[in-house]
Design a protein around this ligand. Structure first.
Ligand code: FE2
Ligand code: FE2
Length: 351
C-alpha cells in the first residue's frame, strides 16, 4: 500500500528541519512468535521526504540526521576498504572441520544458537535446509519471508557487534597493563565490531523491532557480553574459533538470502522501486547501478567472510606474541586477504 503522507517538521537550533524519513511503500507489521517488525518494502529517494501518517504502519526513523548550525556531515570513522564484484561473488558458505574437543564444543554452541534462532524466527520444517550440511546447504523447500529475514538479520547483527569490541577492549587493557605492544590486533577487532554495527544500522533503516524483540536484544546482549568477556579473558583462542563459526553461519544466512532474491522468492526486495538506505550506499561506496537489496547483501556477506577468515586465523596464532597478519607488511608477498580463506590461515602460512 502507498501511505498518504504529510511533511513533518522539527526545529533544531533555529533551523526548520524535515525529518529524513522517506515516502515509502509500507507493509503492515509482521508478527512471528511474538516478534513484531514494521518493515519498509521500498524506499523512494525523491525529495522532499515525508513521514507516513498511517499510524500502525509508520516507520519511525531511529536515527534521523542531526542538523546543527555548523556541522555538515559526519562520515564513517572507519572508511570501508571496498570489494570488487569478483571478490564478492567468490564468497561461498564453508565450514572448518573442528580439530579437537574445544573446537568441537565452540562449534556446537554456535549450532545451538542457530537452533534457537530458527525457532525464534518461526522457521517451519519446510523452510529448513539439509540438516546434514547446515552451514553449507542453502536450498530449502520453502523460502523465508522478508520479515523473517529481517528479524534474523537484526538479531544476528545486534549480537555480532559484541565479540570484536570485547576482544579489542581486553587486548587494549592488556597492552596498557603489561606495557607491551599489541602488534595490530586491537584495531582489526574494533573495526570488526564497527562494521557489524553498520550492518545493524543499515537494517534498522528498513524495519523497527517491536518491544518484545527489543527486550530480547537487551537480554541477549547482557548475557553474550559477559560470556564473551569471561571466555576471552581465559581462552581467547577458543573465543576466536567460536566467532569464526558464528561468522560461518552469517555467510550461510546471507548466501541463502541472496539465493532467494535471485530465485524471485522475495518480491519486495527485488521490486525495482526498492531502494536501500543512504547510510549503506555511503558506507560501502556502492556504485550507481549496483544498489539493489541483493547488492547490499553481497557487500554484507563479503564482510562476514572477512570476519570468518580473520577469526579462524587469529585462533590459529599465538595470542601473546604473533603480529596480526592482516595489517602487516610481508617480506615476500602481499598482505593476505581473509575473505576467501574460509578456514583461516594456518600459523605456518602467515607467521
Ligand atoms: Fe554482520
Ligand atoms: Fe560478522
Amino acid at each position: 500500500m502507498i501511505a498518504a503522507s504529510i511533511p513533518s517538521k522539527v526545529t533544531v537550533g533555529g533551523h526548520a528541519v524535515r525529518l529524513a524519513r522517506t515516502a515509502t511503500l509500507y507493509h503492515a507489521p509482521a508478527h512471528i512468535n511474538g516478534l513484531r517488525l514494521v518493515c519498509a518494502a521500498a524506499q523512494s529517494h525523491a525529495a522532499p521526504r515525508y513521514f507516513s501518517t498511517t499510524s500502525r504502519t509508520q516507520l519511525r526513523d531511529f536515527f534521523p540526521k542531526r542538523e546543527t548550525v555548523h556541522i555538515q556531515t559526519t562520515p564513517a570513522a572507519w572508511p570501508h576498504h571496498g570489494y570488487t564484484m569478483e571478490e564478492m561473488k567468490a564468497v561461498v558458505p564453508a565450514h572448518r572441520k573442528p580439530e579437537g574437543l574445544v573446537d568441537w564444543a565452540a562449534w556446537k554452541v554456535v549450532r545451538m544458537a542457530r537452533f534457537w534462532m530458527d525457532l525464534a524466527t518461526g522457521m517451519q520444517r519446510s523452510q529448513q535446509v539439509d540438516k546434514k550440511n547446515p552451514t553449507t546447504a542453502v536450498a530449502a523447500e520453502k523460502p523465508l519471508t522478508e520479515a523473517q529475514w529481517l528479524i534474523r538479520f537484526v538479531f544476528l547483527e545486534s549480537i555480532a557487534g559484541v565479540p570484536g569490541m570485547v576482544g579489542g577492549m581486553l587486548r587494549h587493557l592488556n597492552s596498557l597493563r603489561r606495557m607491551k605492544r599489541d602488534n595490530g590486533w586491537i584495531e582489526t577487532l574494533l573495526e570488526e565490531s564497527y562494521n557489524e554495527r553498520m550492518h545493524l544500522l543499515t537494517f534498522m533503516k528498513m524495519c523497527e523491532p517491536g518491544w518484545f524483540m527489543k527486550t530480547m536484544i537487551i537480554i541477549a546482549q547482557g548475557v553474550f557480553f559477559n560470556a564473551m568477556f569471561a571466555t576471552y579473558l581465559v581462552a581467547p583462542k577458543v573465543t576466536h574459533r567460536f566467532v569464526g563459526y558464528l561468522e560461518e553461519e552469517a555467510v550461510h544466512t546471507y548466501t541463502r538470502a541472496i539465493k532467494e532474491i535471485e530465485d524471485g522468492s522475495l518480491p519486495k526486495w527485488s521490486d525495482p522501486d526498492f531502494q536501500i538506505p543512504d547510510i549503506a550506499v555511503q558506507y560501502w561506496k556502492m556504485p550507481e547501478g549496483h544498489r539493489t537489496m541483493k547488492d547490499l547483501i553481497m557487500y554484507i556477506r563479503a564482510d562476514e567472510a572477512v570476519h570468518r577468515g580473520v577469526n579462524h586465523t587469529l585462533s590459529n596464532l599465538n595470542q601473546n606474541e604473533d603480529p596480526n597478519p592482516f595489517v602487516s607488511d610481508f617480506k615476500d608477498r602481499e598482505t593476505p586477504k581473509p575473505a576467501l580463506k574460509s578456514a583461516g590461515y594456518e600459523r605456518s602460512e602467515v607467521i
